[in-house]
Ligand binder design. Structure first.
Ligand SMILES: *Cc1c(COP(=O)(O)O)cnc(C)c1O
Length: 440
């Protein structure tokens, strides 16, 4: 599907407003181009997270076994591949299991922890408590805690970013303030309060929670605001996963190359997590990685933003959509302009998914692989079928000359959250999925 500059095509507008799933291909992504922008910043983030390993293992007993490394397993998903109907001739399916990321239980551990660490490190350096480039273990010292106790870190969130920022900020001794949108789950608010964060509830959507946090933080010079709509530090934290994933792919004999393309399917909200990951992977694998974002049919903010052009102002409400979805982490009306401009030539495309598809994906992950993910984290599951079996997907395969190489392709579903979901809530999601499948 192609688009006119400055607007979306009538066919696409019709699909969007009627909530019909679609795959949009990014015309600005060209074959054979390598992307290296941002690599210095991303390497710095990877280094910072490595220097934080001792600190994190000290603060959080659950990270001791992993020695404080924030990373998740790469899992072969043979049974799920069968259930999703992806033939072996079209490649091999894997899961990057970020729903298992320690402490925060979602991909937000990558970006969120990185930004809190970067801010705490800056304060500690300015106060003469450490040298640049040193191990961050010193951030748990009594002197550092006394420094942080006079400061706030604030964030606006649908839930998961609040969890990652709030938990780490509180553990370091900051006053942690989390502005939550109305769709945020009660158990996330409760978990945050238990960890010592101040949770402020808002009636409005994600964008309003972010705006409220930004405004309140602006009035307090001792408050630092993590701006999910506009943060290079979050982006760099997400991008820092790339070298870790490269090592895992290498060990599995699937390092991306001309003959072994990597196709990645990433759930997208405001765009920071999937955008950072896509940029990090593009920096390492250049033209051999193809990143597709997945958004709910009610909240396709990045699809719209990229289709009309990164510089234009657009929201899902402009298309009569209500931003109401079972994927609470993806209920975002307006994409990050920063991310949209940075991924302009990296993003391969965006597809949309219904709530029924999200819940079915959640159920399949449980049945086939015994994984407990949240609805948002299943958004990427229809991706391999979109690419291998739709008209738009076949157009992409032809344009990038992937046809002959598909058998050696790696399809990677990024499961972005879920391990902290209460068991009872997960059981209800599965029941709902079964009811919807029986009714269909
Ligand atoms: C936040 C989130 C995403 C998307 O990240 P954005 O930075 O908002 O695009 C995807 N899945 C889950 C579970 C999330 O919490």
């Amino acid at each position: 599907m192609t688009t006119a500059p400055g607007g979306v095509s009538p066919v696409m507008a019709a699909a969007l407003t009627t909530r019909t799933p679609l795959l949009w291909l990014n015309p600005a992504r060209e074959p054979g181009r390598a992307e290296t922008a941002g690599s210095a910043e991303f390497a710095e983030a990877a280094d910072r997270l490595a220097r934080a390993a001792n600190l994190l293992a000290t603060l959080f007993p659950e990270l001791r076994e992993a020695r404080g490394v924030i990373d998740s397993p790469l899992l072969a998903a043979t049974r799920l591949q069968g259930a999703l109907g992806l033939p072996a001739a079209s490649g091999k399916l894997f899961i990057k299991a970020d729903h298992l990321l320690g402490v925060a239980g979602s991909v937000k551990a990558r970006g969120g922890f990185h930004e809190v660490l970067a801010h705490a490190e800056r304060l500690a350096i300015d106060a003469g408590l450490m040298q640049p480039g040193a191990d961050l273990a010193v951030l748990a010292s009594p002197q550092a805690r006394a420094l942080f106790a006079q400061r706030s870190i604030a964030v606006g969130s649908t839930g998961n970013l609040g969890m990652s920022i709030g938990i780490l900020a509180a553990a370091l001794g900051f006053r942690a303030v989390v502005h939550m949108s109305s769709d945020a789950k009660a158990w996330k608010k409760q978990a945050l309060r238990q960890r010592g964060a101040l949770v402020i509830e808002h009636d409005g959507d994600y964008a309003q929670a972010v705006a409220a946090g930004r405004e309140e933080s602006r009035q307090d010079v001792n408050s630092y605001f993590v701006d999910d709509e506009n943060s290079s530090l979050l982006l760099a934290g997400y991008a820092a996963c790339a070298p870790l994933l490269a090592a895992q792919l290498g060990a599995a004999g699937r390092l991306p190359s001309q003959d072994k393309p990597l196709l990645v399917y990433l759930p997208c909200g405001v765009g920071g997590a999937p955008g950072g990951i896509a940029l990090g992977l593009a920096g390492l694998f250049g033209p051999h990685v193809h990143c597709f974002f997945a958004e709910p049919v009610a909240s396709p903010c990045m699809l719209l933003q990229m289709a009309v052009g990164p510089e234009q102002d657009v929201s899902v409400y402009d298309y009569g959509l209500d931003n109401k979805t079972a994927a609470d982490g993806l209920a975002v009306p307006r994409a990050s302009a920063l991310v949209a401009s940075r991924i302009e030539r990296v993003l391969s495309g965006v597809f949309t998914v219904t709530d029924e598809q999200l819940l079915s994906g959640l159920l399949r992950a449980y049945e086939c692989e015994q994984l407990e993910i949240e609805p948002s984290a299943a958004a990427g599951f229809p991706g391999p079928s979109w690419i291998t079996s739709s008209d738009a997907g076949r157009e992409y395969i032809e344009r990038f000359d992937l046809g002959e190489r598909l058998a050696d392709a790696t399809h990677l579903l990024w499961t972005t959250g879920g391990s902290l979901v209460p068991r009872e809530d997960h059981r209800k999601f599965r029941e709902q999925a079964i009811q919807l499948e029986n009714a269909a």
